[in-house]
Design a protein around this ligand. Structure first.
Ligand SMILES: *Cc1c(COP(=O)(O)O)cnc(C)c1O
Length: 374
């Protein structure tokens, strides 16, 4: 082993990279917005909303405070509340279920399939007379099979609200995540593919009535004239964050392209290791266009592999602290979900932030191979 290799450290997150790599541009934006005193719902926010709608192909986009509020606002605008059940995939962040809970409805956990996305057969089994909506998570930068979910929604007259917090830039049959359902939500948390310098989120919709309701809900129920016409919350996207995001959005297609290259490299370097199950490769199924928010694989002897990688300076992570939502006892979302439970014994994410070079990824893959060869 060369000295250089021994010294390599590859952290899972690299939060300062975004700022450091674009410090000059971000500083100009900060000064410019600051000097205008444009902090709440100003032109930067409107422009970002317009550009986000254009990018995703949604009719409307609304900036909100974070991805969790986005879900709560979408559910409430859709009229979902007490007595209703909403089916979600248990392999998701707690925020998906929490938003259903805080909208006043009951979260019902469904299983995932081999690609870790919501399993439509499981959804079907969870439907009751109280079911009002399906809330698929567009996980790891992949859009679920929306044809299968739409067929169920049509059959049972259900609403679809997409948790596309991790889905921005991904497509199913050419259509972007977040634009299938009555509404779809995005998160700009710094670890997401389009991250800001703090918290941020957005809601997409093609429905004019939803758009108006959600606009009111995010800003104290105030209409365009500033008059209060309904109950509302305070959940606005900071204008400064919107300005940062608008600048980032211009480069976002390049980010997606790079992430797909990185996935392709991992795929090529790891696909012959029989102890691993890799996520779908970029060109495996042409219906899917994945943006690879994460590279979540499954590994035999996972915990020992993670230890070995850690000793070699490589950071890994198990999503959601290692538990699917129905496995968090205190929340009381009980279910028996065999695929999700099997996945959580083996799943882990390898470094996948855009500060990584091809050499970094080659190093990570070399160490994984070393572990299984030993
Ligand atoms: C990040 C995330 C959220 C929450 O977004 P915040 O902006 O952190 O509130 C919700 N669902 C999923 C699947 C996420 O990954």
């Amino acid at each position: 082993m060369s000295t250089l290799e021994a010294q390599r450290t590859i952290p899972f997150f690299n939060y300062s990279h975004f700022f450091e790599s674009q410090e000059a541009e971000l500083t100009v934006i900060f000064k410019e917005v600051g000097c205008r005193g444009a902090f709440i719902l100003q032109k930067d926010n409107r422009e970002f909303e317009k550009h986000l709608a254009e990018y995703t192909g949604a009719k409307y986009a609304i900036g909100v405070a974070n991805g969790t509020d986005a879900l709560i606002i979408a559910l409430r605008a859709a009229g979902i509340g007490a007595g209703d059940e909403v089916i979600f995939c248990s392999h998701t962040y707690v925020a998906t279920a929490a938003s259903i809970h805080f909208a006043g409805a009951t979260p019902i956990a469904a299983d995932c399939g081999p690609d870790h996305m919501i399993d439509s057969d499981s959804v079907r089994q969870k439907i009751t007379a109280k079911t009002k909506a399906i809330m698929p998570t567009q996980l790891n930068g992949r859009t679920a099979d929306m044809d299968a979910l739409q067929a169920i929604a049509d059959e049972y007259n259900l609403i679809i609200i997409e948790d596309a917090a991790q889905g921005l830039g991904s497509k199913f049959k050419g259509k972007m995540a977040g634009t299938f359902g009555l509404a779809g939500t995005i998160s700009f948390y710094p670890a997401k593919t389009l991250g800001c310098l703090g918290d941020g989120g957005a809601i997409l919709t093609n429905d004019e009535e939803m758009y108006h309701k959600m606009n009111l809900l995010r800003d104290h129920g105030r209409d365009e004239k500033g008059e209060i016409v309904a109950w509302g919350l305070n959940s606005r996207l900071d204008n400064l964050q919107a300005a940062f995001l608008d600048a980032q959005l211009k480069r976002f297609p390049k980010v997606v392209k790079r992430r797909r290259q990185m996935a392709d490299l991992y795929q090529r370097l790891l696909s012959d290791i029989s102890s691993l199950t890799l996520p779908p490769a970029p060109d495996m199924d042409t219906r899917y266009f994945d943006a690879y928010q994460n590279y979540e694989l499954e590994a035999d002897n996972r915990d020992a592999l993670r230890d070995f990688l850690k000793q070699n300076g490589i950071g890994t992570l198990i999503q959601w602290g290692g538990k699917a939502v129905h496995q968090i006892e205190q929340l009381g979302v009980r279910a028996s979900l065999p695929v999700t439970e099997a996945v959580f014994k083996r799943c882990m994410m390898v470094p996948f932030n855009t500060s990584l070079s091809d050499e970094d990824i080659t190093y990570v893959c070399g160490k994984i191979r070393e572990f299984y060869d030993a």
